[in-house]
Ligand binder design. Structure first.
Ligand SMILES: [Zn+2]
Length: 95
């Protein structure tokens, strides 16, 4: 019997991640975000949200700012990350 798995119409579903944006190995292990279909902004946004969640669990306040580059130029911004212990976790700790 011929297998009917081949030649699916090239629709919207990504063959790497099935449109989910996440790539998994056959045994279900997460391999990371799909680079074949996801936009870089989507990928970075997702990673940033994961980073925020990790910071929250660790009691850390994470801040990412945009600062003008030197010399000043229109639209020339740099990203600066700043992580510090959250005041809430400091207060509950007490020393
Ligand atoms: Zn994909």
């Amino acid at each position: 019997m011929p297998a009917s798995t081949a030649s699916q119409p090239s629709g919207q579903r990504c063959t790497y991640c099935d449109g989910t944006g996440d790539v998994h190995s056959p045994d279900g292990e997460w391999r990371g975000a799909c680079t074949q279909c996801a936009q870089p902004t989507d990928r970075i946004q997702r990673q940033a949200e994961e980073l925020i969640a990790a910071a929250r669990r660790a009691g850390v306040v994470l801040r990412i700012d945009l600062v003008p580059r030197q010399p000043l130029a229109m639209g020339s911004l740099d990203m600066v990350a700043d992580a510090r212990v959250s005041r809430a976790s400091q207060a509950s700790g007490g020393s």
